[in-house]
Design a protein around this ligand. Structure first.
Ligand SMILES: [Cu+2]
Length: 349
């Protein structure tokens, strides 16, 4: 078949019609789709548009391929096909055509790209720090110190802000009915918000292959009535406070071993920021700490001051230090005995 000017015109007309036929229902689809959260329908809509376009391109390319194979097959051994070297009009039209498709998709995306990142004004969000681990998700509520795994409890009808990061390799937080994927990258925090108005459960899955048990890295978002959520949170927060008080009491009653404390000073990485010889590294030097610890805060004993400085380092900053950069999780990482040993070691400095 030789492509005449007439033929080319028919092809471009058929192409434009097909594009129109796809884009019209695609726009309608964009308003439907998932309804789990406020911003889910847009993402599901875009996904559907891309899916419909991809199906159409697939059918067009494969259809032409099959047509060419059948129509132009070799019919006799000495038949030689017509030799063709390029066709500027066709090459130009499929380059420009696919370019236009990409530009259309770009504008569809641009419309709500910022939406999952920008919180509505005057909202009182619940913040949750989400950390991917091999192979489970950890949820931490900084306002109350409550920590859960696997199931993320949130209230209905209130925005939820997720600060997503990873403790090891790269993961991706994805609950399709709630929002798009957000990568969990070590050393970086990526923010996303959503709001679900009706209580219910939504399931998701880590969407970045992260090792052997990646398949088992499930997410359950449990959306509760606001009242139910508040009472769950109160119960959990009380348990956290009780456990912390018990550890502190236990630690205060334990006798510390300075030699074991020195080992912890080295193995927990304290020495990277705190010298023993008076030189200032990242944080204050420990030189002379035993003598001054009891006089830093009025009415606070040296032991209590040191304990607070380890467990809750940002509560009080030593003179000359304006930024709190010390990790705030030593309370979780050190046992009561470890804490007592470390304090005993510090008192000897
Ligand atoms: Cu993962």
């Amino acid at each position: 078949m030789k492509l005449t000017k007439q033929g080319l015109r028919w092809w471009s007309l058929a192409g434009s019609l097909a594009l129109l036929l796809v884009l019209l229902p695609a726009r309608a689809l964009a308003q439907g789709g998932a309804t789990g959260s406020l911003n889910a329908p847009d993402i599901a809509g875009l996904f559907n548009i891309v899916l419909v376009l991809a199906i159409l391109v697939f059918l067009l390319v494969e259809g032409l391929l099959i047509f060419a194979i059948v129509r132009y097959r070799r019919r006799s051994p000495d038949e030689m096909p017509e030799q063709v070297h390029g066709n500027n009009a066709m090459e130009l039209s499929w380059t420009v055509g696919s370019g236009i498709l990409v530009i259309i998709l770009f504008f569809f995306t641009l419309g709500f790209y910022q939406q999952p990142r920008t919180l509505p004004e005057d909202s009182e969000p619940v913040t949750v720090e989400v950390t991917g681990h091999t192979w489970y998700w950890e949820y931490y509520y900084p306002e109350t110190g409550v920590r859960t795994e696997t199931t993320l409890n949130v209230p209905a009808g209130r925005p939820v802000v997720l600060d997503i990061t990873s403790a090891d390799v790269q993961h991706s937080f994805w609950v399709p009915e709630i929002s798009g994927k957000v990568d969990a990258i070590p050393g970086r925090v990526q923010r996303m918000w959503f709001q679900v108005d009706e209580p219910g459960q939504f399931v998701g899955q880590c969407a970045e292959y992260c090792g052997l048990q990646h398949y088992d890295m499930l997410i359950t978002v449990n959306v509760m009535e606001e009242q139910e959520f508040a009472s769950w949170m109160d119960g959990e927060a009380a348990a956290v406070a009780e456990a912390a008080a018990a550890t502190e009491e236990e630690a205060a009653a334990l006798a510390g071993d300075p030699a074991a404390g020195e080992q912890l000073y080295n193995s927990m990485g304290c020495m990277a920021c705190h010298s023993l010889d008076g030189s200032t590294l990242v944080g204050p030097s420990f030189q002379g700490l035993g003598a001054r610890a009891g006089e830093v805060l009025d009415g606070v004993s040296a032991e209590d001051y040191l304990r607070e400085s380890i467990v809750d380092p940002c509560a009080y900053l030593a003179e000359g230090f304006d930024n709190c950069v010390m990790p705030q999780n030593f309370g979780d990482r050190l046992s009561a005995q470890d804490l007592a040993d470390l304090i005993a070691f510090l008192l000897e400095q």
